[in-house]
Design a binder for this molecule. Structure first.
Ligand code: ZN
Ligand code: ZN
Length: 144
């Protein structure tokens, strides 16, 4: 594995990286995608730039990028992947953990899940997934 994906950035450049600018092609090109549908665990992507991302299905369901979910999160000030707070009564009810019943590739740029709750409007583009990478490095960067 080469190290060409690693670059040292100044604080200023790092700031710019936080903005919604275009990510380098290698950062949004998956080399390997593993969807652990049978296991019901989650998705792992190895990117062309050497980065590795992993998400569990519950997180991905809560990060659904469709307009409805996006708006709902926006209004509530929830970040992608954060579960909706539940009413006390609902907490007691059994709810099947989110997992996809169908996984469909969308062109070369995205993947679509049909969730076990019937929702299937979200198209998860590679670029979106890379932006919401949940690895320790990216999470730490976001907290700065
Ligand atoms: Zn949605
Ligand atoms: Zn990451």
């Amino acid at each position: 594995m080469s190290h060409e994906g690693i670059r040292i950035v100044s604080a200023e450049e790092a700031q710019q990286d936080m903005a919604e600018e275009k990510l380098p092609l290698a950062a949004v090109t998956p080399l390997k995608i593993r969807v652990m549908k049978t296991e019901g665990t989650g998705v792992e992507i190895d990117w062309k730039d050497g980065h590795k991302s992993a998400w569990n299905f519950a997180w991905l369901r809560n990060a659904c990028p469709c307009a409805t979910c996006h708006e709902e999160r926006d209004k509530a000030g929830r970040k992608p992947g954060v579960a909706k707070p539940k009413a006390q009564a609902l907490l007691m009810m059994y709810e099947a953990p989110p997992r996809p019943v169908e996984v469909t590739p969308v062109g070369k740029y995205a993947v679509k899940f049909k969730w076990n709750d019937g929702h299937e409007a979200g198209i998860y583009s590679w670029e979106y997934l890379r932006r919401v990478c949940g690895c320790d490095t990216c999470v730490a960067k976001e907290k700065v």
